[in-house]
Design a protein around this ligand. Sequence first.
Ligand code: NDP
Length: 295
Amino acid sequence: MTDTSSSSVPRIPLTLLGTGAMGTALGRAWLAAGHPLTVWNRTAARTAALTAEGAVAAPDAAAAVAANRLVVVCLLDDASVGEALAGADLTGRDLVNLTTGTPADARSRAAWAEERGARLLDGGIMAVPPMIGTPGAFVLYSGDRVLFEEYRDVLAVPAGPAYVGADPGLAALHDVALLSGMYGMFAGITHAFALVREAEVAPKEFAALLVPWLEAMASMAHGAAERLADGDLTTGVVSNLAMQVAGSGTLVRTAEEQGVSTELLTPFLDLMRRRLADGHGDEDTTGLVELLRTR
Ligand code: NDP
């Protein structure tokens, strides 16, 4: 099955279920690298971009699954995976599920695959479609390590593979944690643009300052990680909570002066004040992690 005739990298034939925006980008990368590709999509017309580049379209999901041992799934959500694969014989198949879901979705989908005689690796794509095939793209994988190692090279074609652990839920957990960090950053960016919007500040000039500032501040996560790992949340603190809470009034008053709502800012500032009131003024914001636990 594996053709190594014209390349030192084995060309592993594979099936791709789902040729939406992401599936199409993934498929293109595998085709460009010479991997024989069978595709299926619920709306058949959406496979046209890939068949034009050499993919073979299967008439239904069951036929697509039957075509190859390696089956990559990139559908909308976990429910669509169950729906698409309901009539397929998964015996002996190796499923790589790149559909976004929760850690619990991933764990139950892995058990579901095992009951059907298949092995499953769960993946979380950390890229948007235009990034696929470029060095910045990576995919988090969790589950069967043997499966991961077996397919590492072919998985590396569209995006750098990063294995995060044997628990199938870990890729989804990392994926959502990284996305959550991103949304916090987007909230900050939104508030910052709102502040300068009414003033005569050119958005592009402001962005040229904002981006390097956020990049520099993002590295604070390393210090937070060290404190969380040590268990001492006061070690190496450079800007303590007492000072930060004192300064936070300026953030609120400036927003009021500029006629900007503080609704994106207030939840975080409230947590800082609560942690300070609990007697942790010599920590930085790392200690807020403790306040977010709900069980
Ligand atoms: P699209 O909306 O472009 O495509 C969704 C795909 O799922 C289509 O192939 C669609 O088929 C299929 N689908 C939806 N419901 C069903 C169903 N009930 N049964 C069978 N097939 C179904 O989304 P993307 O390709 O962008 O996203 C795919 C996955 O990749 C998602 O889980 C997404 O979270 C993830 N992802 C996407 C990123 C992005 O930026 N686009 C970034 C990182 C991850 P049909 O064409 O028939 O509607």
